[in-house]
Design a protein around this ligand. Structure first.
Ligand code: SF4
Ligand code: SF4
Length: 85
């Protein structure tokens, strides 16, 4: 029996963007993020103090929930259009 076509994966129109010049690396956004890997440290250099490493959004994991934007104490996050490619 042929398999039915799978439903298209729906994605939010916007995703979070962390501006590295404003991010302090405090990790408040990671603490509230609903997905394990939607926000990651921008460097895995273990010689750097973790609190000094800015965070970055994983475009393919972000669902646009805005929780990180609302918690960021430094206004380092904005919502931007999801890249189409
Ligand atoms: S909450 Fe804001 S300042 Fe803190 S790590 Fe996340 S983006 Fe950076
Ligand atoms: S908007 Fe939501 S899903 Fe996207 S990075 Fe922020 S907390 Fe994660």
């Amino acid at each position: 029996m042929p398999m039915p076509p799978s439903a298209p994966v729906r994605k939010s129109r916007t995703i979070a963007k962390i501006w590295p010049d404003l991010c302090t690396g405090c990790e408040a956004c990671i603490a509230v993020a609903p997905h394990d890997t939607c926000i990651v440290k921008a460097s895995d250099d273990v010689t750097l103090p973790t609190a000094l490493v800015v965070c970055d959004v994983q475009i393919d994991v972000c669902t646009g929930c805005t929780l990180c934007l609302r918690i960021c104490p430094w206004d380092a996050i904005t919502m931007v259009p999801r890249p189409t490619a």
